[in-house]
Design a protein around this ligand. Structure first.
Ligand code: 5RP
Length: 219
């Protein structure tokens, strides 16, 4: 099975976590696209979705799934999203698709985070994937200097803005041994909107696509 087939496999498997009549939290990315496509085929009705990006909202609406305003919701049973890396404790790096801020907002109102990923995303220690950080435009150089002091090299994603009108830095060369501590630290820096470490909002379950089928990791 190739990577696309593994993504389709876990996208479909995530339907088991969707309960009838509920609002589903929906992430962003190519794996989530597979989940959205599967969601449109679901026999049991859902109340709608709360989405983490304009991209996912457009795909949901095109398939006839209502997109609700997160401000109208106190909580949702599940948030289903991919990851750029996930470790054996459910901590993740996210934001490869630049949707990290809205992803964290929706993950925060979800009772469970169901991560869907192909097996290449499972790592022992986070950090080989460059860490995405959403930053207020006037603070990019300042935040890049703060990463340099930690041994990281921050590279600006040229020519793009997030859905929130902010810049994305991709930080290379970090070894994230303590994801919760690093997330807390970077969150303090002026100008940082969101760091792509998901430790406080880590996965509850990971559905990992492998050639032998879906492996379920519970954290
Ligand atoms: C987007 C994300 C995605 O979940 C992450 O980049 C994984 O994407 P894909 O499923 O395309 O590999 O965090 O901001």
């Amino acid at each position: 099975m190739n990577q696309d087939q593994l993504k389709a496999l876990v996208g479909k498997a995530a339907l088991d976590y969707v309960t009838e009549g509920s609002v589903v939290g929906v992430g962003t990315g190519s794996t989530v696209d597979c989940f959205i496509d599967a969601l449109a085929t679901l026999a049991k009705p859902i109340a709608g979705a709360v989405s983490s990006s304009e991209r996912s909202s457009a795909r949901l609406r095109a398939l006839g799934i209502a997109v609700l305003d997160s401000n109208q919701l106190q909580s949702v049973p599940v948030y289903i999203d991919g990851a750029d890396e996930i470790d054996h404790a459910g901590h993740m790096i996210k934001g490869g698709g630049a949707a990290l801020t809205r992803e964290k907002i929706v993950a925060d109102i979800a009772r469970r985070f169901i991560c869907i990923a192909d097996e290449s995303k499972l790592v022992r220690t986070l950090g080989r994937f460059a860490l995405p950080v959403e930053v207020i435009p006037m603070a990019t150089a300042q935040v890049a200097r703060a990463f340099a002091a930690l041994g990281g090299k921050a590279v600006l994603r040229e020519g793009m803005l997030s859905d929130n009108g902010c810049k994305i830095l991709d930080v290379h060369g970090l070894t994230i041994a303590d994801p919760a501590a690093m997330e807390r630290e970077i969150n303090q820096w002026p100008g940082v909107v969101t760091v792509g470490i998901f430790a406080r909002n880590k996965a509850s379950v990971c559905l990992l696509g492998t050639p032998a089928g879906v492996k379920t990791l519970t954290f």
